[in-house]
Design a protein around this ligand. Structure first.
Ligand SMILES: Cc1cc2nc3c(=O)[nH]c(=O)nc-3n(C[C@H](O)[C@H](O)[C@H](O)COP(=O)(O)OP(=O)(O)OC[C@H]3O[C@@H](n4cnc5c(N)ncnc54)[C@H](O)[C@@H]3O)c2cc1C
Length: 380
């Protein structure tokens, strides 16, 4: 049984940045990642090798060194006013300083110095949004780009691999404790690794596993809101004025009927909609989006999300989101695509109607269908 000072589970941005803190500290460290190395990750659909998501276990879009972010757009939103609750844990000042620290690391690894969302035109856009009841939240955004994001991560991996042990294709299966203290992890290779400290960052792909482990170990959990929504794709020209200045237009709206908070998320100018499958042996297919820095499509896409914090006795936001996504998968065998006009008319989108539209979906494998009878779970 190998003994380490620190074991990190998960090689996504969370795990990699934890590893970066360990590198050079003198502490012996092991990083376990269930997926593949960056170069060995590939999506059969994106490479045009299959038309229908098989799905792979684990899904290489969300699993492997670099985590879900490796195929990602590499948008760094450099603000505490959107994207998570870091400041609730650290306080505002520390959160701001951490954001700037992480940004510096990305810059040293080769991210572009260009910043969006800070120019004089932002105020005019904010006013225009306000005139249609939308609150525009201006945020500085750095766009690394999908292809550059990989080389940035490769640089980080190369730096780390000389300073700590990285095991790929190995999943942690259980957290081992003794007298109320973590003492190691068991893996799916039948090994046990001992440690004094354990950092667990398994992302969305490992969220169910972590939840089960937390319940087994009697740890107190805090539930996040459930985000349900659709990914919207339109001609890039429609949002060009906003995306040119802001890259990502973060907007929110409170619905008239139920006062739900609806927000735009992960805007991908001139980008592509991509498939992802999460959940290991019982996967659900959902969608995401990304933009290359140097390769453009005619479309922009973004997620439109409704966030709801359920109260007692509800305890399982992940199962809830998965079950809604399952319904859409059941109807279509994968992901549904629906024209806005058809949705408003209450009728099914057919391949013919889709073909007559002015937007050609970048996710060619999506099935034209009818979302009017279920919530729209193409992203959660
Ligand atoms: C297509 C796409 C585009 C995105 N674009 C952006 C963007 O532009 N900007 C942005 O900020 N965010 C973006 N995101 C979200 C971002 O990638 C995630 O927020 C981020 O990756 C979360 O980091 P993480 O380390 O917490 O988890 P993850 O990146 O999910 O990494 C977790 C890792 O842990 C591994 N793992 C899970 N369970 C185990 C286990 N039991 N044992 C060993 N390993 C395990 C997984 O295989 C995975 O590699 C995007 C995501 C996707 C999918």
């Amino acid at each position: 049984m190998a003994q380490y000072d620190v074991i990190i589970v998960g090689g996504g941005p969370g795990g990699l940045f934890a590893a970066l803190e360990m590198a050079g500290s003198g502490l012996s460290t092991l990083l376990l990642e269930r997926g593949r190395d960056i170069e060995k990750r590939g999506c059969l659909i994106q490479e045009g090798k299959v038309e229908v998501c098989p799905p792979c276990v684990p899904c290489h879009v969300v699993s492997g060194l670099g985590g879900a972010g490796a195929f990602s757009d590499g948008k760094l939103t450099l603000s505490t006013s959107v994207g998570g609750r870091l400041a609730d844990y650290t306080g505002l000042k520390a959160a701001k300083s951490l954001i700037s620290y992480v940004d510096d690391v990305y810059l040293r690894l080769g991210a572009s110095y260009q910043l969006y969302g800070v120019g004089p035109e932002v105020e005019g856009l904010r006013r225009r949004a306000a005139m249609v009841d939308l609150r525009l939240i201006p945020t500085p955004v750095r766009h690394v780009g999908t292809e550059r994001c990989r080389s940035v991560l490769q640089g980080l991996r190369n730096h780390l691999s000389s300073q700590l042990d990285i095991r790929l294709g190995v999943a942690a299966t259980s957290i081992v404790t003794s007298n109320g203290r973590v003492v190691g992890v068991d893996t799916d290779r039948g090994e046990r690794h001992a440690c004094d400290y354990l950092v667990v960052g398994p992302g969305q792909e490992g969220a169910e596993w972590l939840m089960k482990e937390a319940s087994r170990l009697g740890l107190k959990r805090y539930d996040n809101p459930v985000d349900l929504g659709v990914r919207v794709e339109l001609q890039a020209a429609v949002l060009e004025e906003f995306t040119r200045a802001l890259y990502e237009a973060k907007m929110e709206y409170f619905s008239r009927s139920f006062d739900d908070r609806i927000r735009t998320f992960c805007m991908c100018p001139y980008g592509e909609v991509t498939l992802e499958a999460t959940g290991g042996t019982d996967p659900v297919s959902t969608v995401n989006g990304h933009s290359y820095a140097d390769r453009h499509t005619p479309n922009t896409n973004f997620a439109l999300l409704v966030s709801t914090t359920f109260t007692q006795p509800f305890r399982d936001p992940i199962a809830y989101g998965r079950s809604v996504a399952h319904l859409a998968n059941l109807l279509s065998g994968g992901v549904l695509v629906q024209r806005l006009g058809d949705l408003q008319e209450g009728r099914r989108t057919t391949p013919e109607r889709l073909g007559r539209g002015i937007v050609e979906p970048t996710l060619a494998s999506a099935t034209p269908g009818d979302l009017s009878c279920v919530p729209c779970p193409t992203a959660f």
